[in-house]
Each structure stands twice: as C-alpha cells, then as structure tokens.
Design a protein around this ligand. Structure first.
Ligand code: FAD
Length: 946
C-alpha cells in the first residue's frame, strides 16, 4: 500500500511517545492511523533519548508496553532497557495496526476551510503530500499548534544517558556532582546484572554539547573510587531527553482553536517533568488526543483531493562550504574544509558524526588505505579511548570515543554542525550552451533545502559537498545516476547491526536483511522494521540481549552518481593509475550476493571462474570521479561517487570514504579561496596539499598499494608475456592458473584464441574447461561443446580456499551455464530446459539456467519457461550473509526474481506473460515494484511496436 494514495482517519505528526500513544489509541478504536517521524525509530523519548522509568501511566500503549517489557525481561523495578524497548514498541505498534512512516519530517498542514486536509512531509527523495481526516500534533515543539511561536530547541534542561557493561552491577547508586557542562552526574544499576547507567543533565544544550562533556565526566567517574574501573562504555543515547521546556497553551483532547480536526499531544503542553516521569505524562496526553481524533474522524467526510504543493524555505543562510551528511566521509570533509579557513556548515539528518563508523555500529576498518587526516582522527580517538573502555574490550576503534573526538575536532576547526537536518531539496540554475545544445546543459546549485523540526530552511554555499551516502544532493540537483545491478536492479544487501557484549568484548552483530530503495522513506521504514523483527525474542537474557540497535541502517549501496570519470572493475583489475589521482584503493570483490549469475559477466567470471572473491586489488582514484557530470559547484564525498556497480564492491570501505572526505574538503576550500569551481581546480595543487597531510605520496612515487596489489600482480608479471600465449597456456594447470587465465583474457589478437581453442581437445578436461571459459569471455563460440560437456558431467574442479564465497563453493558447471548464456548458444537449450525441469536443481541453478535461456532466446524454450512460471513447488528461499554469526540472517523469497527473469525471457521470444507479474504491483518492496513496472512497460511498448 502506498502511503500517499490513501486517506487516513488519523495522521499523527511526530512519532515520539505521545504520538505512539495517540496512534495506538486511534487504531484500537478501529481507525486507520499513520505515525510520521523524521527519525528512524518511533517513541524517541523512550527509544532514543532513553527515558529511564515506566511505572504507572494511562492509556493502552503504556499498559501494553509495561506488560510486554516485563514478560521479555526488558523492565525491572520500573527501569527500562532502551534497546529492548525499541524492539517491543515496534512490535506493539504493528500488533495494533499502526502504520509507520519514518525518515519523514512533517512540514506543513494544508488547510481546507476550518480543517486541515493534508500534510506535506520532507523526505530524502523530496516532498510528499499525505491526506487525512484528522491530525495530531505530537511534534517535539508544537510545530503545527502555534506555527508562529514554536522554537527549534525548546528544551531548557535535558538529560544524557550512557550505558556501561560491568561484571556485576551490585553497585550503589551514586551522585558525582559536576564535570564541565555536565551536572547531577548519577550512576545506577541497569535492567541486567551486567549493565550500569550513567546520566547527567545539561542546560540549554544540544547533543553535541553532551558528547563534548563526556570525557570530563568519564575522568571524574573513573577517578571517584565509586565507579568500577573496568566498566566498558557500550553505547550512549542518540538524543537528549528534555526535562524542562517552553510550554504552549492547550488542553488534553482539545481541538485547535482554528483547525477543528487538529489535536495536541506532547511535552510542549506540559513543560517540566522529572526525567523519571516523562513517559507517563506523554502517554496520557497522547492517548486522549488519539481518542479525540478517532472520534471526530468517524463524523467528518474525507477531504477533497489535495493538490501537490511544495513548501518553500522559511529562511535562507549562507556559508562557503555546505556539507550534506556528517557520516564517514562528510565529517572529514567538513573538518578539512574548515581547517583551511572556509566557513563550513555540516547538515546531518541523524544525531552524531561518523555515520556507519559510529551510528551504524561498524567500528572496524576493513581494506582501504589509511593515511592523512584520518590518521589524525584515529590518534585523537585513541587519545581518549581509555576513558571509554579498556583497550582489550573492543575491536577496531571505540565508536563513542570517535563520536566525541569528531565533535571536538570540528568545533576546534570552527565548523558549524547541525543535527536533525535532512536534505530534501535543491534549487538549481540551468545553463545551456545554445551551440552545443541540450547535451552541454549544466546545472549549478543555488540553494540546498533542509527539513527539520523548524520546518524548511535553505543554505546557499559557494561549494557543496554531497556526503549523504546515497548521493541525495547530486540527484536532487539533477545529476545522472545509476543504481543496482543491470539484471534485476538490486543493490548490495543492507543490514541493521547491533551491539552485544560477549567473551569480554563489545561485539558487532551484523547480518544481511534484504534489499532496500534507500531513496524512498516508505521503503526505508519497511526495511528497518523488517530488520528490527529479527531482533524480537520472547525472553532477553544476558547472552542474547542487544546492548543497542544501530540508529543508522546499514546501507552498503544505493545510487552511484555519474561523474566525469566512472571507475570500473577493469581499472581495478589492471591497477590503473591516473594523472589526477587523489587517492588509491585497495579491496576485494566484496559483494555479499551468492547469485553471481545475476551480476555482470565480468564479476561472475572474476568470482566464480577465477575464484577471486577474496583477492585484494586496487587502482588510483582520479579527482574526476568526485565531480558529477554536468553539475557545477558540487563534489561527491561518499560511497555514491563515480564508480560503477562492480567497482563499488571494492571501493566503499571506511578508509576509502574518509580519504574522499579529506580530498573534497581540501578541494572545496581551495576552490573558495581561488574563486573557481571545483572542476577548474588544478589537480596538482590538490595533490600537493594531500602530500602535506600524508594522504598521498608525491606524484612521481609508486603508489602505496604497490606493496599490496602490485605484489600480487607480480605473479602476473613473472608469468610469460601476453605476446606468447602458448607459454601462458602452460601455466593454466599450475599454481598460477587464475593469474594465467586473467592474462589470457587480456590478450588481444587471434593467436591466444587459437592456442586456447587447441586446448579444448586436451585429455585434461579441467584444462579444456578453463580454455573454454576464457574463450567464452572472448565471445568465441568454439567454447560451446566444452561448456556443455561441463554441465553434462557436473564438472567441479578442486577449489582453493580463495574461491570460497561465504563458505559456498560454486561448482564450475554452474558458471558454464552462465557462460553459455553469454554466448547465446542455442546448442545449450536442451540441457538448460532439462535443468529447469529437474527436481534436483536448486533455486540458484534454475535461476542461472533461466537467465541463460533468456539471453539465448530460442523459441524451443517457450513451453518449458511457461511451465516454470506456474510451478509452485520450487523452493525459492535463500539465506543471506551473516557476518557475525551471532544471529542468523533471515531467509528471503526470491520468487519474484525468477518470475521476472522468466517473463523477460518469454518477452524475448515475443510471448507476453506480463500478467504473471501483476501480483508484484502491490509488493511492499519498492525495488521489486519498480523493476516489475519497468519490465511491464518495456513489454507493452514492444508489443505496440509489433
Ligand atoms: C553493514 C555494513 C558493514 C560494513 N563493514 C565495513 C567494515 O567492516 N569495514 C569498513 O571499512 N567498511 C565497512 N563497510 C563500508 C563502509 O562502512 C561504508 O561504505 C562507509 O562508511 C560509507 O561512508 P559514507 O560517508 O559514504 O556514508 P555514511 O557513513 O553512511 O554517512 C552518510 C551520512 O549522511 C547522512 N544522511 C543521509 N542522507 C541525508 C540527507 N538527505 N540529509 C542529511 N544527512 C543525510 C546519514 O545520516 C549519515 O550520517 C560496511 C558498511 C555497511 C553498511
């Protein structure tokens, strides 16, 4: 169901605890209720700001929460475990039939006489209009109740919570006075025997202030004598809990004085609540508001259809450099730019710096190349890390120490950091060269629009840096994008990591959940909730309890922006160097897909045939790959930069992104200083700055990865020359067969192919297979009989450990199927039909065969494909990768991929079976819907042409 198409009985603006209570009340009265919040979780005072107590309160939600939390072990003596509360609250909202729309900031109510008829919300992909019969203002500041009076951060006093793992929390409650800005520092036992809570209060503070105060608080605690010295700080609250704030006028259940279908709930009606009692008051107000809205919705007609309106910015400010997204790359971009004197503003939709490295819960470097500014950051993190936890209690770096170190470094550099600000729009000027025509048209950004708790505001900058991970800024500015793999449009799998304390260590629990359209807030909501469901348990114990669930969804890939240069897998395989190199890469083909038959032939060959999944390699990164084609004044510093889908698998790691952050920050500051566009900057000037920071070696030096990838390439170098393919062929059965295959693949001219063709009749059939595989990649049909023979004999060569992908060894004959598809080999039709008919064929083998049949397009396969379309017996489930082994990844249903490929294959034969895809039009996965719609439209246009 598309949220926007529907008219809701009750729309709740703001998904805090009062909003949740209102939504549950409305739903339990039989009304359709939609809960909207910009955060990725509902119930933020409880789940993000960690309100500590649940004792006596009113309303259905309060009672259900109390009962369910007690049953699963998340509530003890009135104290709540926030991670478990997050899981349980989501479960209750679902069981009550509340629909959630997260990642969405309500911006404006559209009036219809004395009622509101719709709300405009700002999302990552732009603005949406949602219609409702009644509305509840449950925002944190009464944004819709008194639009003239609400303020951005109404909290006069708030509370910050930190959590520690201790051996035994048989510890006295204690108060430690003050440290820096922190007051009333208190410790008390948590819900579990091994958890300890520390909280402190701050006046007129933002979350960044609380983090900056943390090292002093920790020093005070650790030297007090009353605090366990070996305590490990496992996590902190993502947001501050307001205790005292400005009030607006209103009564529970009362309708708004001019908008009769608007009701109020939220702490801005209450003012001061002692931290321990916040939830009871919020739930009471929320329940009453939900009840009143539900009652009115039964008596009023549906609103007329609302016209789509854009909410313009209420204010506009300017700076030199605007960085959108304060994640892995963005934080370093802002640091590098502001250190060079550029007036820099960073807007971040979440509540901390560091992105995946901190709020994403992945605090371990893997691949990539260190050096430069990131080394300085690592040092600053290390300098304070002992205050957070003993060094042997975590792997990698301490994520909370990193949040604090980044906050301090950006403040020192003079950058302005704004949290809770989602980039939701971009205004551009288009310049078109009348002589060169449309092709040369170029957009320059005039303003970036943000949605936040104060509505919509604009930033004008001399240079913009897109560090949103998803390339939101570039896409909204009109940049060309690609996303997902060609065959079925799927990006890399996403995850939702969590923390767990086990074996004396802060462990990262991380598993793939499925696929998501990261540009669509409704799909992001679905994806996050699907991942949350994996964490459900009837009983949480010391062993299985998550210490926290990562605030940031683990998005590995979404859009790639088309830049002046798009790095390819070939660049990486060849270890290519560039005149405008600003970084180097070093990684391996880390796609978590097991279905390489749906990836590009090059990727399939690299992983399945050459067995190179874990082989590390890299190339230089040209400055041009940070410059979006046809957009002026913009740099991309995040995983959305100019790489293609395959290349991204090797080039997205934390070291890589931090480097892009530093480069973009320097480039932006130099452009501002020189008064030129980033595109016109001299790359050598940039390079010399990178030499100074230690990020790059001088241009004439060998790149750093020489020691790594080039060492491996040395195996290639010592192989016989590509001019002597016959000598290379002698290596095909030896230790260096994979390298020799690669070299033979790169041989141009006919002599290599002739030599390979001679091998096809060799008595050594595995050698013949290797020769056939290379020939197939050269599109040489002489490979066909040998590949068919491999299928017939189910050839499976001895694989080296290197070839194992997630412990799954793919037999060579399966790769032979894919290669026959590449060759469009009609000779294979019969064998492939046999495979799709066989009950012994696994889902992946059937999928490989169907894709191959689709490429071969032999009319003889029509009947078998039609039959498969109605075969309900095939089990199409597969399990995804679990990186930690602590929790199993859920199994996913890939039936849609099969149906999609069959219908596509049939369309290639002129048979229209697109009706078989109708059932997916309403699929709750956005990517499935869009791929199916794309194919259906393509088939319709083909039949029109016929
Ligand atoms: C589950 C997982 C495991 C990984 N494991 C490893 C590993 O072990 N080691 C390793 O080196 N790499 C690992 N990676 C890869 C690496 O961590 C990421 O590719 C890298 O951190 C991405 O950096 P980024 O700056 O592009 O994005 P992010 O770090 O995600 O930062 C993007 C930031 O932009 C913000 N944002 C997004 N949209 C908007 C908007 N519209 N307005 C304002 N703000 C916005 C987000 O809140 C976020 O803070 C992993 C990645 C994932 C997802």
């Amino acid at each position: 169901m598309q949220v926007e198409d529907k008219i809701w009985d009750v729309v709740i603006l703001g998904g805090g605890f009062a909003g949740c209570a209102a939504a549950v009340e409305a739903a339990s009265n039989g009304k359709t209720s939609l809960l909207i919040d910009r955060r990725p979780v509902p119930g933020w005072e409880l789940t993000w700001a960690h309100a500590p107590m649940l004792s006596v309160g009113r309303g259905k939600l309060y009672k259900d929460l109390h009962k369910n939390l007690t049953a699963c072990g998340g509530l003890r003596e009135g104290r709540i475990d926030p991670a478990i509360a997050t899981i349980v609250l989501d479960e209750i909202l679902e069981s009550q039939g509340v629909t959630q729309l997260l990642y969405s900031q309500p911006l404006k109510l559209l009036p219809d006489n004395d009622r509101a008829q719709a709300v405009i919300v700002g999302c990552k992909g732009g603005q949406k209009t949602i219609r409702g019969k009644t509305f509840v203002d449950a925002t944190e500041n009464g944004m819709f109740w008194e639009p003239e009076e609400f303020s951005a951060s109404p909290a006069k006093r708030s509370r910050f919570s930190c959590y520690f793992h201790v051996k035994d929390n048989n510890i006295n409650r204690a108060t430690f006075g003050e440290a820096a800005a922190a007051q009333y520092i208190k410790q008390r036992p948590g819900v579990f025997k091994t958890s300890l809570e520390v909280s402190y209060e701050l006046d007129n503070a933002a979350i960044g202030d609380a983090r900056v105060a943390l090292p002093d608080v920790l020093k005070k605690l650790r030297t007090s004598g009353d605090f366990p010295v070996d305590a490990v700080l496992t996590h902190t609250a993502p947001e501050l809990l307001p205790i005292s704030l400005d009030v607006l006028e209103g009564e529970p259940g009362q309708a708004h004085h001019t908008t009769e279908n608007l009701f109020a709930a939220g702490q801005w009606l209450i003012g001061f609540s002692p931290a321990d009692d916040v939830l009871s008051e919020l739930s009471a107000w929320g329940s009453i508001a939900g009840q009143s809205a539900a009652e009115l919705s039964a008596t009023i007609p549906c609103p007329a259809s609302a016209s789509l309106q854009e909410v313009g910015p209420q204010s506009s400010q300017s700076c030199d450099v605007l960085v959108a997204g304060g994640g892995t790359a963005g934080a370093l971009a802002a640091l590098a730019a502001s250190r060079r004197g550029a007036r820099t503003v960073l807007i971040e939709s979440g509540t901390s710096l560091g992105g995946i490295t901190t709020s994403g819960g992945i605090h371990i470097y893997y691949c990539g190349i260190p050096g430069g500014l990131q080394d300085q950051l690592d040092q600053r993190v290390a300098d304070i890390a002992d205050l957070f936890a003993p060094a042997d209690s975590y792997r990698g770096y301490h994520p909370e120490a990193r949040k604090t170190a980044l906050e301090i470094m950006l403040r020192e550099a003079g950058a302005k950091v704004l949290y809770g600000q989602m980039l939701t729009g971009v205004l551009t000027n288009q310049k078109c060269d009348p002589v060169a025509g449309e092709e040369s048209s170029e957009n320059s950004i005039t303003e970036a629009l943000c949605s936040s708790a104060v509505g919509s505001n604009a930033w004008r900058a001399k240079v913009y840096i897109d560090s949103t991970g998803d390339g939101d800024l570039a896409a909204l500015a009109g940049a060309e994008t690609i996303s997902g793999r060609d065959c079925d449009g799927l990006p890399h799998a996403y995850s939702l990591s969590s923390g767990r304390f086990e074996d004396g260590l802060m462990q990262v629990v991380n598993f793939d959940v499925g696929y998501v359209d990261a540009t669509d807030s409704q799909d992001l909501t679905r994806a996050r909730r699907q991942a949350m469901a994996v964490y459900r348990s009837s009983k949480f114990t010391l062993k299985n309890r998550p210490t926290y669930i990562a605030p940031l969804l683990g998005l590995r890939s979404s859009r790639q922006i088309i830049c002046d240069y798009q790095i390819s897998l070939s660049d990486q395989i060849e270890g290519r160097r560039f005149d405008d190199a600003i970084a180097e890469s070093f990684g391996h083909y880390d796609s978590h897909a097991n279905d390489y038959q749906l990836e590009s032939d090059q990727a399939m060959f690299w992983v399945w045939v050459l067995g190179n999944w874990s082989r590390r390699l890299g190339c230089e990164i040209p400055y041009r790959s940070l410059l979006p084609r046809n957009i002026q004044g913009l740099l991309i510093a995040c995983r959305a930069f100019g790489v293609n889908y395959d290349s991204h698998m090797m080039l997205r790691m934390q070291n890589d992104m931090q480097r892009l952050g530093e480069v973009s920050g320097i480039a932006a500051a130099l452009s501002v200083a020189d008064g030129c566009a980033p595109r016109d900057l001299d790359p050598l000037k940039l390079r010399s700055e990178l030499n100074k920071s230690g990020a790059m070696l001088p241009a004439n030096d060998e790149p750093r990865f020489t020691a790594l990838w080039h060492q491996q390439l040395a195996a290639l170098d010592s192989l016989p020359s590509q001019d002597n393919p016959k000598d290379l062929i002698n290596e095909l059965s030896g230790q260096r067969s994979s390298e020799a295959m690669l070299a033979l693949l790169n041989c141009s001219g006919d002599s290599a192919k002739t030599a390979l063709a001679e091998l096809l009749s060799s008595a050594d059939r595995s050698l013949a297979y290797r020769a056939a595989a290379i020939l197939a990649m050269h599109n040489d049909s002489r490979a066909i009989p040998t590949l068919l023979e491999a299928i017939k004999n189910q050839l499976s060569l001895q694989r080296q450990a290197l070839c194992k992908i997630n412990k799954i060894v793919v037999p060579d004959w399966v790769a032979a199927i894919a290669l026959l598809g590449r060759l469009r080999a009609r000779e294979a039709t019969e064998s492939l039909i046999a495979l799709i008919k066989s009950q012994d064929s696994s889902f992946d083998i059937v999928l490989t065969a169907v894709r191959a049949l689709g490429r071969i397009a032999d009319p003889d396969s029509g009947d078998a494909l039609c039959c498969l379309l109605t075969n309900e017996k095939l089990d199409c489930h597969r399990s995804l990768q679990s990186s930690s082994g602590k929790l199993s990844a859920p199994t996913i249903d890939g039936r849609w991929q099969l149906d999609f490929l069959i219908v596509k294959a049939l369309a290639a034969l002129g048979i229209d079976r697109s009706n078989a895809l109708e059932k997916y039009q309403a699929d709750n996965r956005a990517l499935v819907r869009s791929k199916i719609q794309e194919l259906t439209a393509e088939i319709a246009s083909q039949s029109l042409k016929r």
